[in-house]
Ligand binder design. Structure first.
Ligand code: NAP
Length: 297
């Protein structure tokens, strides 16, 4: 009996950040839908793990142009038809700090991993994507619409990724390559625990003048943000579904806002004036932080 066609139909996709979280779950989901998935990871053990899941590992670090080039060469050599149907840019980090006191090197690193790296990866794979008239899916965030305090560098990178994606979509229109943005809200991955750890470490390193300026607000709001994600976050499968939709819909959307709080944040950013949004966001963070300290959640 002839096998039923799958959504992926053997077409090749590259997923970055595939060692864990949204990237890992998306890679496995796309593979189960019949895509030939190249899982871009940093560590050797994650490459081994990807292989056991039936994925094809690529070693790629967004801060290492050589590794990106090598990964593109590997895929080019491996593809029989020279066609890459999809690129899912999911890898990312969050470096928290009050902007006034953030080290310039940390700010640059956030932009390197959260914005420049996405462009360099996209450039490396575009010849293959063009050949397939394929699709690019950039995993942004609701932080690409509304900037929370103390993760300003991350918000800057995500706002940048939104603008980059819009420009790229318009530039690539004649080529038939489509660009979608996925904007997750709160998603329960390892990211909240890592954020919590990084907020505490960054707070411990703040100079006395920063503590004078910001008191413990940075610590309280940072913890509140992380805990909101961990407690109320949607499963990463929610985002994987949107990634799949962006790759397979006959008419893919330009933006997919998905997961806990995504819809309300995006709607608020469209409808509310900035000052009202400031008030609402700060009040929500204050309430979450206060609830946290009194045990009310
Ligand atoms: N979780 C959320 O609530 C949420 C909400 C909105 C948007 N997002 C976005 O969704 C994407 C995935 O987030 P997640 O929650 O899945 O995060 P995660 O669980 O922390 O996973 C992050 C992934 O990025 C990879 N990565 C980090 N630095 C890298 C680098 N320099 N080069 C290559 N890969 C690197 C990590 O690889 P290693 O394992 O090697 O570190 C890991 O695979 C990110 O872009 C994030 O901003 C997440």
């Amino acid at each position: 009996m002839k096998a039923a066609p799958t959504a992926g139909n053997g077409r090749a996709v590259v997923v970055t950040g595939a060692s864990r979280g949204i990237g890992a779950v998306s890679a496995v989901r796309l593979s189960s839908e019949g895509f030939r998935v190249y899982a871009a990871v940093r560590a050797a053990r994650d490459a081994d793990e990807a292989r056991t899941l039936g994925l094809i590992p690529l070693r790629l670090d967004l801060t290492d142009a050589g590794s990106i080039e090598a990964a593109a060469h590997q895929v080019t050599a491996d593809l029989a038809d020279g066609e890459l149907y999809g690129l899912v840019n999911s890898a990312g980090i969050v470096l928290p700090a009050p902007l006034e006191h953030m080290r310039a090197a940390d700010f640059r690193h956030q932009l390197e991993v959260g914005l420049t790296g996405q462009l360099v990866v996209t450039q490396a794979f575009l010849p293959l994507l063009r050949a397939a008239r394929g699709r690019i899916v950039n995993v942004s965030s609701v932080s690409g619409r509304v900037a929370s305090p103390f993760i300003g560098a991350y918000s800057a990178a995500k706002h940048g990724l939104e603008g980059l994606s819009d420009a790229l979509r318009r530039e690539l229109r004649p080529s038939g390559v489509h660009v979608s943005v996925v904007q997750p809200g709160a998603i329960a991955t390892e990211l909240p625990a890592v954020l919590m750890r990084d907020v505490e470490a960054a707070y411990a390193e703040l100079p006395p003048v920063a503590r004078q300026h910001y008191g413990d607000t940075f610590l309280r709001y940072g913890r509140a943000l992380a805990e909101n994600h961990a407690r109320h976050g949607s499963p990463p499968e929610t985002v994987a579904r949107a990634v799949l939709a962006a790759l397979t819909a006959r008419r893919p959307r330009t933006r997919y806002a998905v997961g806990a709080q995504a819809g309300s944040v995006v709607t608020a950013s469209r409808l509310l004036p900035d000052r009202l949004l400031d008030w609402l966001l700060l009040r929500t963070l204050e309430r979450t932080a206060a609830g946290r300290s009194t045990g009310r959640r």
